[in-house]
Ligand binder design. Sequence first.
Ligand SMILES: C[S@@+](CC[C@H](N)C(=O)[O-])C[C@H]1O[C@@H](n2cnc3c(N)ncnc32)[C@H](O)[C@@H]1O
Length: 315
Amino acid sequence: MSDAAPVLPGTDAPLGAGELVVLIDRRRRRYLVTLEPGGEWHSHAGLVPHDELIGVVEGSVVRTNRNMEVTALRPTREDFVLKMKRGAQVVYPKDQAMIVGAADVRPGCTVVEAGAGSGALTLALLAAVGPEGRVISFERREDHAGIAERNVQRFLGERPANWELHVADVVTSLPALTAHRVVLDLLEPWSAVEAAATALPPGGIVLAYTPTVPQVMRFDQRLWEDGRFTDVRTTETLVRPWDVDGLAVRPAHRMVAHTAFLTTARRVPSREQGGPPPPRRKVDTGGRIDWEAVSAASTLPAPAGGEGDHTDDRS
Ligand SMILES: C[S@@+](CC[C@H](N)C(=O)[O-])C[C@H]1O[C@@H](n2cnc3c(N)ncnc32)[C@H](O)[C@@H]1O
């Protein structure tokens, strides 16, 4: 079925055929559904005909044929990303927000992104650059690119005109481009540092999203070795949900703890061309780290890829 033009959550428009909705039950479980005339949504607690949802306003409650109440809303981007089909593991919403902030992705920016994976971060970047900006995504796996394309189209209702998706290796493709920002979510971001330095004019920002400490160390070292980056910073974002229930107000028992580190750096002219000097390192490894051995020892399990699975296992 074709994707409907998206309606912003928070309007008076009734839910229409072809629209995405999120159904929330009394235990706060969420289900993502595309409304189709004559369709049915089935759950462990009965079914709801889509026709009972088409035409109601957001926030309406409907009952399954076994009397379970569900509330129907248009999904936020977070609802969608956590329930959409995945190939590769997605950038979690808390990190998407930080990436947009840390890389200063603004309306009008041209952002190169790799790998596109499941398209979760792509959606956040497209929202941040707005219609005046551009997102150029690279994904070297055709199957992942296909999933990213379907997810972007499903959420936005169309393939945006300001989005390019290339099935290609970012390391070889990037040097031919000019971008304000380069955002890397791939296993070996250090391999793209030289290409990023070529694509970014001075002042531009490169950002890498990496789950393990050795990846952070290696990316950081490569940035300084290149000589065209400064202001290298690494952060981690922890978001702790709270349960608020009358007088019982406390941190939730479960949270998504570690996902990945964000490392950002600013592109500058090289030292010979008037750029800043490298920092004085307190601990100089003297190049003695066997990175292959460190990477092998810290490799994460293969991607699980299931819908709604929040474990992190980037590839
Ligand atoms: C963890 S996933 C990216 C997830 C994505 N950011 C999202 O939020 O849905 C990493 C992706 O990078 C791709 N990849 C790895 N190295 C690459 C490269 N050199 N060029 C392009 N894509 C690459 C992999 O195929 C994989 O799909």
